[in-house]
Design a protein around this ligand. Sequence first.
Ligand code: SF4
Length: 281
Amino acid sequence: MNWVEENTDTISALREYVQGFEKIRPSVFDYFEGGSNPLIPLPVESERGAGTLFFFASLYQNITEPVLMRILSELWKEFGTDIFKLNRLPFARLNSKILSLPGTEKWAFAQQAAGVLRSGCDFFYAHGGLLAWVEKEKDAENCVEIMCRDVFLMGKTSVLKWKPRYFMWLLTQLKNISPDFFWNDRALVPITQGHTRIMREFGPLRKGRVPWTTPAEKQDYFNRFYRMLFPGESFRVYLPFDRYLKPGDLNPSDLQFQCLDAVKHCRNCRLVELCPGKVGV
Ligand code: SF4
């Protein structure tokens, strides 16, 4: 018997754990119209909302989500919809505007941000609206390759290409676009520390043997497991697995793990029996 055949109960528990997060949307969506902290004046489902998500994913490096979204909201206040034409603005003016914004002082990537935004605007000019572009390309990994090729510091030399894969995953969470159009068995879910924690506690890594030698092989291995859990819909695991035993970093005073957002109490959680982080049971 292989690992999957020997662990049908654990696999059912993981599927139920993931299903418990079905109504929970990515926290970055909270910053758009209709969210709990609407800093961006439009729905995330709009073409411009997707464009703003693209800026977010391309700049999400060495910075927290709330600080980066505040920076993007300041740029929205300054430029309005011309934020998508920043490639026409002289580099020095855009760069000094970005560096004047709160939150950029300690941001190691701040000096690259103007180049990334201008390159993103060139990308919009070349490919048009992102939602229409993705539906036309019909393949998440093709989109990842094109973004890496065409957008400054999007991941061309990165093995894991985390930024474009995270962006493609964000698109699977929009209500107005069906992932069926672009998500297939080639698509790779980006992996995080929470994913590794899940694989160690509940997945085949419980046996202790690490069956990969490179980060890319690790990502492929995880994704094979995700496809076994949810054939054709591997994107469903990203958020629930990312939040597994993840400290509540969106609110520093919140000491609870983010996986509790779905079940409210560990006694309601399908993983409680084997979970080393359970509280109050
Ligand atoms: S900490 Fe609680 S809610 Fe989170 S996975 Fe463990 S048992 Fe479930």
